[in-house]
Every structure is written in C-alpha cells, then in structure tokens.
Design a protein around this ligand. Sequence first.
Ligand SMILES: [Zn+2]
Length: 302
Amino acid sequence: MSRSTPYAVFSCDLDTVDRHLQGYGFDNLPPCDLIYRTAVPRLLELLDEIEAPGVVFVIARDAEPQRALLRQISAAGHEVASHSLTHPQPFRTLGDAELEREVVESRTRLSDASGTDVVGFRAPAWDIDDRVLKQVKRAGYHYDASVFPTPALISSRISAYRRSTGMHSIFAMDLFGHAFSPTRPYHWHNGAEGLTEFPIAVTRWLRFPVYHTLTYFVPRFLFQRALRRMLRSTMPVCYEFHAADLLDFGADGVDARFARHPGMRLPLREKLANLRAILSTIAGERRCVTYRQALSEGLAGA
Ligand SMILES: [Zn+2]
C-alpha cells in the first residue's frame, strides 16, 4: 500500500483480570497473570497472521515479571505503551503525587523492561483532563490515546463514577468528558503543547464508536455499516480492543466473577473469528501502523 493510503492503528489494552474486577468493585485482589499466559500469545499469533503491527497498552506493575514477553512483543515489530502503573480508577481524581508516579514510573519501568523508549499513554477508562495531560507531557510521552470522542459513553461514565466513588451527583464529574472533541488526531494546546492525541475511532458525523466491546452489544449489521463508513473516509481508524477479548472463559480457568464482562461467556472460537474478521477488513483497506510510526511519519494532526 502506498504512503498516501489512509492508516489504521490496532491497539490492545492488556488489562489484567484482577484490574478488570477492581473496576467491578472487587478490591485488593492479588495480581493475576492469566492474560499474559493465554490471551497475549493469541493476540501475537493473530497479528502475525494478518501481518499487521499492533500497540499494546500495558499496566507497568507487571513490567518486570513480564520482561521476556514485552521483549518478544517489541521484537515482533509491535509497540509497547503505558496503561499506567497500577490502573487506579477514577484516574482523574488521583492526588498530584500519585498521578505523577502512575505516569512517570510506568514509562520508566516499561521502557526498561521492553528495551524500547515508551512514548505513548492511555489512561484507565480514558479518564483524562488537562491536569493529567500536562503530567503525561512532562513525563516525556509523545502522545496520548485516551480520548473517546463520543456521547455514547456518557451513561456508562455516570455509572462507573457512581460505582467507584460513591458520588451520586452527576455535577461532581465531568459528564461529557471529550464527547465532542475532534475525531481526528490533533495536537494539544492546553499546557501540554507538543503532545499529540490519537482519538479512538468513531464515525465522523454520528460519532458511532467503532470500538470492539460494542460488537457484543449492537447488531452486527450496524457495526459493519459504521466500520465501512469509516473505511470509505480518509479518517484514521484507531481500533481498540482488550486482551480479555481473547480469553477462553472455561478453558483458561477465568475467575467466575468475571463472567459478567462483555463477551466473556462467548466461545473463544467465535470471539477469535469475529476479531480476525474485523482486523482483516481494516488491514485490507488501510496501511496498518503503530502510533509511534504514525507520529514519526508525520501522519498525525495533518
Ligand atoms: Zn484499562
């Protein structure tokens, strides 16, 4: 494909089962390494099969124990990026010292473990504001990928906030987040100058999220239509999914409390086929790059 072909970025958040469960209200669980042993090898095999690079957002708590895996990931041409140090939620409400530690230390630890310079950040639950972005910039990252520019998330944001903070007034939170911010990559001008933002894929006018978790909730034809609409445009397709999408609930011995997670009870065969079909469709029409590559080629914010 020529350099003028619009691009796509596949990103996979390597949230562990214990950190997902924390999001469902189960606190103080011991670290669970299941996704690294089962889902990540499946992810690498799939990306290899469709000959596309990917970006993995990793919780840096696990950087050292997963050193060999992170080296394998970067050696295969994929990019390792930061998904914070411990994945605390809600991220925006962290105190200054804790926020700095999550952002700075995750970059140091992941760079060291992967043997690459980590330049990308994605906040837990896309929960960022100007203060977080300034910290991300100060820590030396080149880009952030935490903006999901769609109003479709507003109701889930409300319930997540209520669950994790006990706050019952929607006025206590940033209700709209970045629901109506630009849908194409751009550069920040809010004290985080020089930091590039890569929003998650949404269609241009309706801002329909072209996001993997949605495939478990909306009729297939609706999702396919939105994806095709994006592919017909020149917008970059920054497609996000999670390692949990590649778990086999029964055979992998997943914690029973995780059954509630979207798609968790579907057979792995079906989930793999679905993800493979979507990624291959995108890869068939787009030049697949990593975020780091898009930045170095000057493709962002053009
Ligand atoms: Zn996460």
